[in-house]
Design a protein around this ligand. Structure first.
Ligand SMILES: [Zn+2]
Length: 79
């Protein structure tokens, strides 16, 4: 099973599960996909936003170390 983010022509975003990408293609081609909010069957696959790390400028609230949560992280307080 796989989940797709889908987008209706009115901009509603929702998720649907499919057994395969071919399953999605078949249902989309047959018009069996409908927006749960407005019933629109003009549904397209939404682009998954890739979680890109934009580099050094990206805000880093925590370094991931357990000590961060307790304020003891050496990367969290450089003063
Ligand atoms: Zn909709």
């Amino acid at each position: 099973m796989m989940v797709y983010d889908l987008l209706c022509s009115h901009g509603h975003r929702f998720e649907e599960w499919f057994s395969s990408s071919a399953d999605y293609e078949a249902k989309a081609a047959a018009g069996h996909l409908a927006c749960p909010e407005c019933g629109d069957s003009e549904v397209t696959k939404a682009l998954m936003a890739p979680k890109l790390n934009s580099g050094a400028a990206a805000p880093a609230p925590a370094c991931g170390a357990p000590a961060c949560a307790s304020g003891m992280c050496q990367f969290g307080d450089l003063d």
